[in-house]
Ligand binder design. Structure first.
Ligand SMILES: Cc1ncc(COP(=O)(O)O)c(C=O)c1O
Length: 436
């Protein structure tokens, strides 16, 4: 979608007030000029065009008193999404029992919009509240038998591993965890590891598209190809890929895919999506009651009781915004922002990267550690003393400080982060942090 069309779409959906809030009073002229100036440029070229991104930064209402480098934990909605969400909630509350009947049928447009972006049939998309809810539907719903093996990596999200561990206790399935170096040598190395570990007992692979620890991108399509040849199904944890990376289902070819729309798509909090390949819907048991005749209907996974339909309708506005920015332009901008801070810190000999910056290995998420320091303490120091929001953890030997910028991130913010980190790397942390 052209930038001009984007403004019209967004403006049409929300009204002039919201548009002004997004882009300022002389918005249209500025945006049209930017569009003309960047017409014909590749996504990679636009990624470095600060004038272009300034308008997009202004679309968000995030606090400028904080350098927010933790979009991995939660995305932020642009004003247009928040405005629409509030409007839908007002409408919902006007006469809830009646409005339920008005708003609920419109969720079919959400399904169609998500299927369009994911590149699948809308009858393969279920609307869920989160990645956790979406993926647990698959992990609990599959008919796995005693001694059936589920292959996972050591870097899978703990809540999802926890679901499998429960099945291990309850049903006697076996979890086989593959240790993955951070970063791995190459995508080929990852494929080889998976190929080596698949056995005749393997029924399912659970793998992240990018992992939450270091943003490593996995070669999902190649893993699926080998798995499918052996009759093994693949469930992809896409919490961090939908809306961050520009891809379609055919680029993965997985059987199941779960994502959180409140992360990288910038949709309202409490929205997620589940993809189930059409011919697999019937074999996955729904976790809740479903009426007769719905065995092969993707909507059987959505029967978990009342929902805030207005919240889910907000996804349509997030999709319009996403298409307006352009999925490829967004991916390249996010990668550019990561490389911007990473290149400065790579110059310091006591800072090490858990993330490879090769374009096919990562995008918006990268994780480092400073020699001899606990990343969780640096994380606390950055927040306490500098209003810089990162994620710090020590999980499975990854003593990581994770940065995940977003479209609202400014280069000034990244410069400030780098200044502070250079000082930390050269001079250490001040008291009391140095003795924590
Ligand atoms: C890789 C990964 N999977 C799943 C989740 C869970 O997402 P949600 O809270 O939307 O269920 C997260 C959350 O950060 C995550 O990083």
């Amino acid at each position: 979608m052209e930038r001009r069309d984007f403004i019209k779409t967004v403006g049409g959906a929300t009204g002039v007030g919201a548009l002004t809030a997004m882009f300022g009073s002389d918005a249209l002229g500025a945006v049209e000029t930017a569009t003309q100036r960047t017409a014909g440029l590749s996504a990679l070229q636009v990624a470095q065009d600060e004038d272009f991104w300034r308008d997009i930064q202004q679309a968000f209402t995030v606090s400028r008193g904080i350098v927010n480098l933790n979009s991995g934990s939660s995305g932020a909605c642009p004003a247009v999404v928040t405005d629409s969400l509030i409007r839908y909630l007002w409408q919902q509350e006007e006469a809830p029992a009646y409005q339920r009947g008005v708003l609920r049928p419109r969720l079919e447009m959400v399904r169609v919009g998500l299927a369009g972006l994911f590149g699948c049939d809308s009858e393969e998309i279920a609307l869920m509240r989160s990645t956790t809810e979406a993926m647990q539907t698959v992990l609990h719903g599959l008919d796995l038998q005693r001694d059936d093996e589920v292959l996972i990596t050591t870097q899978e999200y703990p809540a999802l591993v926890g679901i499998l561990k429960r099945r291990e206790k309850r049903d006697g399935i076996r979890i086989k965890e593959i240790s993955i170096p951070a970063p791995p040598e190459s995508l080929d190395a990852l494929v080889n590891i998976f190929e080596r570990e698949m056995t005749s007992k393997t029924r399912l692979i659970l793998v992240s598209h990018p992992t939450y620890l270091n943003g490593q991108l996995f070669p999902i399509k190649r893993i699926c190809e080998i798995a499918h040849q052996r009759g093994i199904e693949v469930a992809v944890d896409g919490a961090h890929s939908f809306g961050q990376i520009d891809f379609k289902h055919q680029d993965l070819d997985c059987d199941y895919y779960a994502t959180s729309l409140h992360k990288w798509l910038s949709a309202p909090k409490g929205t997620g999506m589940l993809y189930v390949r059409r011919n697999k819907i019937g074999k996955v048991w729904p976790l809740t009651y479903t009426p007769e005749g719905m065995d092969d209907n993707i909507r059987k996974f959505e029967m978990g009781g009342a929902k805030s339909y207005g919240t889910f309708l907000g996804i349509t506005d997030a999709l319009a915004f996403h298409h307006g920015v352009g999925p490829k332009r967004k991916e390249e901008r996010l990668r550019y922002l990561t490389h911007y801070w990473a290149q400065r810190l790579q110059a310091l000999s006591n800072i090490h990267f858990y993330t490879s910056l090769e374009p096919d290995m990562s995008c918006a998420i990268a994780t480092i550690h400073v020699e001899g320091m606990q990343s969780s303490v640096i994380n606390k120091y950055l927040w306490d003393k500098h209003n810089i929001l990162t994620a710090g953890f020590n999980i499975l030997g990854i003593n990581g400080l994770r940065m995940s910028p977003n479209l609202f991130t400014t280069l000034n913010g990244l410069d400030y982060f780098c200044d502070v980190m250079e000082n930390v790397a050269k001079n250490g942390l001040p008291e009391p942090y140095s003795s924590m």
